[in-house]
Structure formats: structure tokens, C-alpha cells
Design a protein around this ligand. Sequence first.
Ligand code: NAD
Length: 370
Amino acid sequence: MPANKKLLVLPGDGIGPEVMGQVGRVVEWFGDRRALKFEIEEGLVGGAAIDAQGTPLTDATMDKAMNADAVLLGAVGGPKWDNLPFAQKPERGLLRLRKDMALFANLRPAICFDALVSASSLKPEIVSGLDIMIVRELTGGVYFGSPRGIETLADGTRRGVNTQIYTTPEIHRVARVGFELARKRGNKLCSVEKANVMESGVLWREEVTKLHEAEYREVELSHMYADNCAMQLVRNPKQFDVIVTDNLFGDMLSDQAAMLTGSLGMLPSASLGDPDETGRRKALYEPVHGSAPDIAGQGIANPIACVLSFAMMLRYSLDLGGEADLVENAVRNVLASGKRTGDIALSGEATLSTAEMGAAVLAELETLGA
Ligand code: NAD
């Protein structure tokens, strides 16, 4: 077991602290029952930090994030801060974390737990057993490229410009994450772009192919245009193992793939940076959902996305795949036993509170792993 791994916990706003509270219980369980001790620091981010510290993320919290083995975040935002200028909004705290930690690879698994097959909008046979991973490039491409802006032309009409740019190193480092993940999973990587109409897509395809030939020949590599990928994800998603794609296409395809599985309350994510000289990657783990102001404070949010984000942290930052399996199996068993929070219950089904779902996961952990 690793000694004294440093975790920075940033619960954030709305349901963030509610779901993170349940992760805290899981962390404690690992300390008590598996001798897995963490050095945990807690900090403020988003609206909570604006209210207490006047900024969505202080430099001191940023420093702690840079020095942590992993950062676990709940969610940020809410109507209270909606009218602040863009540069002061809660989301700026999250964007600063991603930028300063140089988190260039966003990992979004789409796993359909058997017990929730009926929650998907697709037919059971299409999604049952689904387990795919989308790797989205997160710090480059059209969201960051320049020139960008809106200008008024001589004739009084206006023009909006954004620029899609990718360089060889940017493509290689994210493709490398995709290949490495594929190696540990089903050994298949599908690289997605629009090489038929975009030069940046031609470069993407050529560079992924070069890297494959140089270092990852044993991984089965395929290429697909992004529009076809969108179609294939609803036609036959189980054909995929790992998908790697750029920032823009990844934004859309990862949301699409995520919803194959049913509910936002179930979806974890990881964002990774480059490894340092010791092999340690900066990393941020967070549920895909936001602060859910419509249910915040009621104690009914589903904590599973945040619990599964912690499991991803065990797997990808601490290399504790067995412990991550334990958490995921506990969640699987809880769902199989019919326990549901409101977001994943069918109408008429009894529902658990956030704390009750946390307790159910702990009870399963106890059965599986004490
Ligand atoms: P949201 O994800 O907060 O909520 C969308 C819907 O899903 C709501 O009906 C909500 O009740 C439900 N939901 C989400 N998570 C749930 C859970 N764990 N259990 C049960 N139900 C859940 O998205 P939104 O409503 O578009 O945004 C609300 C706020 O969150 C905004 O301020 C937005 O900017 C922010 N936001 C933050 C993040 C983040 O922190 N990463 C991501 C998305 C949105």
C-alpha cells in the first residue's frame, strides 16, 4: 500500500459537499479496513470560495493542488453566482485547476451496470455489458486556438472566428494515454477526427498512426470520422473499447456516450497531466454532473458518480486496480440488490437518500473486502 498519499478534496457547491460526504465515508473505510491511509486536505472552490475568500480558487489552494497526488472535486456553480462577470464565476476555479495542472487528457468511462439497463434510452441488448472509455484532448484545439474573436467587417456585417490547431506533441501525448489504457483493457483503440475535411484531422490521423507503428503495434488501432462515430455510438456502442479524440469532438461524443448509461448521477471522470520524472501524473477526479441546484440541500443526490470518481483515482493515480475493483463491485452489487436514489429509480420504486446510498455502498464494501 502506498504511504501517505496526499489528496486534496474540494467539495465545491450545491450537491458537491453532499456527495463528497459519502466519499469521505468510503475513504475512512479504506483507512480502517484496508490500512490505506491518505493525507487529506480540504479546500474551497467555486461559489463557496467566492463567498469565503473572494475568489473562485485562491493561490494557496492552487498550490495544494499542484503538490497533491490527486485532487477530488465535487461540483461548482449555482444561481447565487450566475450574474457575476465571466472572469469571477465559480467555473473559473475549475478552469484554473485544469489549466495550471495542464490536464490534457480527460477520461470518461461509459459503463452500463446490468441493473440499470432499463434506464438507458437505447434497447437493452445494445447497452447491456457496455464498457467503453473515451479519452478527450482537453487543453488544445478549437477552444483555445488563435486567431479567435468576433469582428465587424467594412460592410457592417460581423464575422466570428475560432481556430483548430494541433501539434505533433499534443497529439502524441493524448494518443499515448489512449494506447496505454487500451493495453490494460480490450487492447483496441479507435482514433476519431475529420480527416476528410480538416487538415488538423489529417495530421491527427498521421501522427496517431506513426506513434502506433513506433510504440504500440500490438494494440489494434482503427480510425473513424467523428460523424460516423456519433452514429456508431448509438447503433453499436459495444464495438468500441477506447476512443481517443480531440477537444471539440470529445466534448460531444463523451456526453453522448455517457448518456447511453442512463443517469448523470452515475458518471465519473478523470483528467490527467503529463507524468513527472517520478512517473507521477497530476490528476483531477470529479463526477461529470454539476451542482444540481434543483435538488441541493435535500439530501437526495446520487453519490455514486463521486464514489466512482474516487475509484478512478485509486486505479489511475495510485495504481491500486484491485481496490478500485472493490469499490466498483460494491456499487454494482448495491444496484443489483435494487437500491436506487431518485435519479435512477423507476416511477413508483422506493428511493434512498444520499446518506442511505452511501451506507449501502459501505455495507457492500464490508461484505466484499473487510
Ligand atoms: P447538473 O449536472 O447540475 O444537473 C442536471 C440535472 O441532473 C438536474 O436535474 C440535477 O438534479 C440532476 N443531477 C445531477 N447530478 C445528480 C446527482 N448526483 N443525483 C441526482 N440528480 C442529479 O447541470 P446543470 O443543472 O446544467 O447545472 C447546474 C450548475 O452546475 C450550474 O451552475 C453549472 O454551471 C454547474 N455545472 C458544474 C459542473 C462542474 O462542476 N463540473 C458541470 C456541469 C454544470
